[in-house]
Design a protein around this ligand. Structure first.
Ligand code: FMN
Length: 360
């Protein structure tokens, strides 16, 4: 089997953008799901509510390949309102983590290793690069049209810090408007990104999230998903759900868990400033995604709310997909698992009893 991930960590970000996708995603195969879609995602019919979250599908060519490989929920990587380059290579490095990675273990340090296994735990560090809006808008607008019946292309965006709080909120709303203009049927705001306010990540600064989401709602009526990080603090999570939950159509959880990634000598593995900590993805964070889904579902029920729940983190196979659904996720997404096993959607659909036919 071809095991080159569709985003190739051995190449630079620019190389991946210009020449990818790689591995199976480059072979031109189309997998067609037979029959009418029987499930739904935020009211939109899908065959199976499973897909690839924001990040590894770095442009329209990647998104179209994911649609051809039968992923029904496909997110175009997070974009910004201005062009920004990627952190230097390497951007994806395998790490040695056995068992569950807690935030405490991450802070103590995680060792980078040399070789990727076939189901790796990885760290990713890109700095959320973006093309200029004119370029990504054109690409995304074209790509949205590639979705077949039962598939949804989602546009992820975030604001950029640098000015004051008002500028940040305005930039988030501008990013939302520009993304909505492409015709995507669903938007996702990445709230698990840096913040200059009272908390390191925007999603932990609930007052500011409220301002951001209210500003987004003023510029677009497109259904809106909010991407969250892992919340240790139950009181804060309850505040988030009760104060923000009614403003969103869906909550997606989780992004990565932050860790200090070190080499054998204990030095930072990734070169350059501000990269001492980076996000861990894959199997070691599954516990955290499942935990968040369970807690958010319980809060949704308790407060009689209606937003959809999207489970992300360490979904590597059909068993993990089922665990997420049973925990209360209305939809599930996999970044690391799908990168190393592009056939994951086909496998999950078949295990769910659907017929998926391969054509060249
Ligand atoms: C290569 C890569 C790039 C990512 N970039 C983004 C991003 O731009 N925006 C975002 O919201 N999440 C990003 N993520 C996080 C994923 O969407 C996801 O939340 C995380 O990887 C956990 O899922 P996993 O364990 O299935 O990988 C990225 C992940 C990977 C692997």
């Amino acid at each position: 089997m071809n095991t080159v991930p569709f985003y190739d960590p051995a190449r630079s970000y620019e190389d991946n953008l210009s020449h990818g996708p790689f591995g199976l995603f480059a072979d031109g195969t189309v997998y067609r799901t037979e029959g009418a879609p029987k499930e739904s995602f935020l009211g939109i019919p899908v065959h199976v509510p499973f897909g690839i979250p924001a990040g590894p599908l770095v442009n329209g060519a990647y998104v179209r390949a994911a649609l051809d490989y039968a992923y029904d929920l496909v997110i175009y990587k997070t974009v910004r309102t201005a062009a920004r380059s990627s952190h230097a290579w390497p951007n994806i490095v395998p790490v040695d983590v056995s068992g569950d990675l807690t935030p405490e273990r991450g802070a103590n340090g995680v060792r980078a290793i040399d070789a990727f296994s076939h189901r790796p735990a990885i760290t990713n560090s890109f700095g959320v690069p973006s093309a200029h809006p004119e370029s990504w808008q054109r690409d995304l607008e074209e790509t949205v049209k590639a979705a077949r019946l039962g598939q949804v292309v989602i546009g992820s965006f975030q604001g950029t810090t640098g000015g004051d709080a008002d500028d940040y909120v305005r930039d988030f709303a501008l990013a939302a408007r520009l993304t909505a203009e492409t015709g995507v049927p669903v938007l996702e705001a990445n709230l698990s990104c840096p913040n200059e306010g009272t908390a390191s990540l925007l999603c932990y600064d609930i007052d500011r999230v409220k301002r951001v989401v209210t500003a987004i709602r003023e510029v677009t009526t497109t259904p809106l998903v909010l991407k969250m990080a892992y919340f240790d603090n139950q009181e804060m999570l309850e505040r988030f759900v009760t104060e923000i939950g009614s403003l969103a159509d869906g909550l997606a959880m989780i992004n990565t868990i932050s860790a200090k990634v070190i080499d054998d000598a204990g030095n930072p593995r990734l070169p350059g400033e501000g990269r001492q900590y980076s996000g861990i993805c894959g199997g070691p964070i599954r516990w955290a995604g499942l935990d968040m889904v369970r807690r958010v579902r319980e809060l949704r029920e308790r407060y009689g709310m209606t937003f959809g729940i999207i489970g992300v983190g360490g979904c590597m196979d059909h068993h993990d997909y089922r665990m997420y659904r049973e925990a209360g996720a209305d939809a599930v997404m996999s970044a690391t698992g799908a990168m190393w096993n592009p056939l994951l959607a086909v496998e999950i659909k078949r295990a769910e009893g659907l017929s998926v036919e391969r054509s060249l």
